[in-house]
Write a new protein. Structure first.
Length: 307
């Protein structure tokens, strides 16, 4: 089956470099915003996944409802209220989207730029629609509203492409618990893991980050960052955490918790032990199954145990 025309256009957009200079300027501008801890809130770290898709439901729902009312005579006032509500809700939704966009791969940012332009056009159309309604120009208000809804539809299609085809905002470490087999896996001798330095190993073809602390405790996490699969073994280890070298997400070595974004999901963590001078790791079970099995058989040790 031949690729659809729309997909061919989107593939070309992903490879089109002419807007890269503008993207670089906009990216640095968004990154320089003094958002403080609000940046992680806008990423959706508190929610466990990006908050932008949730926030856009309010403006889209409001504008869709306004379009339905515009099809019925005499409901322009109610439609105008919904247009205004959508405009107000679009501002924080756009800010959350921009914060996420600034931490994406360049191919994703190229599509995201057009996505943002389509939604900006929609906001402009709806602002014009509201202005016309306030001046009593109902027909023009409805026309601008339907044009805005068309732009929103285009922006939504591009957003779907980013989310589902380009995996923007997806958890890139989600498959680890489904791929790594149960039980202990030997990953190397203790002397292969210099204290305080991240080392990359592989278990069942899954990259794993192993860090031996100066005190002797050994920690192991999935090596590919949950944000965009950045190589944590090339990151910086400090204060019991590892920082991704690509976009700066910080994960706690003890349990993989995402201390700071843009990652919204933690890293899968492994239990560790040392047997005959070799480090062995086992995927940590979130439901306690591994702990029950260890107690029942007398095998295993506490997470991070080095003895």
């Amino acid at each position: 089956m031949r690729q659809s025309r729309a997909l061919r256009l989107l593939d070309r957009l992903e490879r089109e470099p002419r807007a890269d200079r503008l993207i670089g300027v906009l990216r640095e501008g968004v990154r320089s915003l003094p958002l403080g801890r609000g940046r992680d809130a806008l990423h959706g770290r508190w929610l466990g996944h990006p908050v932008h898709p949730l926030m856009v439901q309010v403006p889209i729902g409001s504008w869709m409802s306004a379009a339905v009312l515009d099809l019925r005579p005499g409901r322009s006032r109610e439609a105008g209220l919904l247009v205004g509500l959508g405009l107000a809700a679009a501002v924080p939704a756009a800010l959350a989207g921009a914060v996420d966009w600034a931490e994406l791969h360049r191919q994703q940012q190229r599509v995201g730029l057009v996505h943002a332009l389509a939604n900006t056009a929609a906001v402009g159309m709806y602002a014009a629609s509201l202005a016309c309604r306030l001046k009593g120009r109902e027909a023009a208000g409805r026309t601008f509203g339907f044009l805005g809804l068309t732009a929103v539809g285009l922006g939504g299609a591009l957003g779907g492409h980013m989310a589902y085809r380009q995996a923007s905002g997806a958890n890139h470490a989600e498959e680890v618990p489904h791929v790594v087999t149960r039980g202990w896996h030997r990953v190397g001798g203790v002397d292969e893991f210099p204290a305080g330095r991240p080392v990359r190993r592989s278990v069942d073809d899954v990259p794993v980050l192993v860090v031996r602390e100066i005190g002797g405790a050994v920690h192991a996490l999935a090596e590919r960052c949950s944000h965009l699969a950045g190589p944590l073994s090339e990151g910086t280890v400090a204060d019991g955490c590892v920082q991704c070298p690509w976009h700066g997400s910080v994960f706690r070595l003890a349990d993989g918790w995402n201390v700071r974004g843009p990652a919204t999901a933690p890293q899968p963590a492994f239990d560790t032990r040392i047997v005959d001078g070799h480090v062995e790791i086992r995927l940590r079970q979130q439901d306690g199954e591994a702990d029950r099995r260890a107690v029942g058989t007398g095998a295993g040790s506490a997470p991070g145990n080095t003895g």
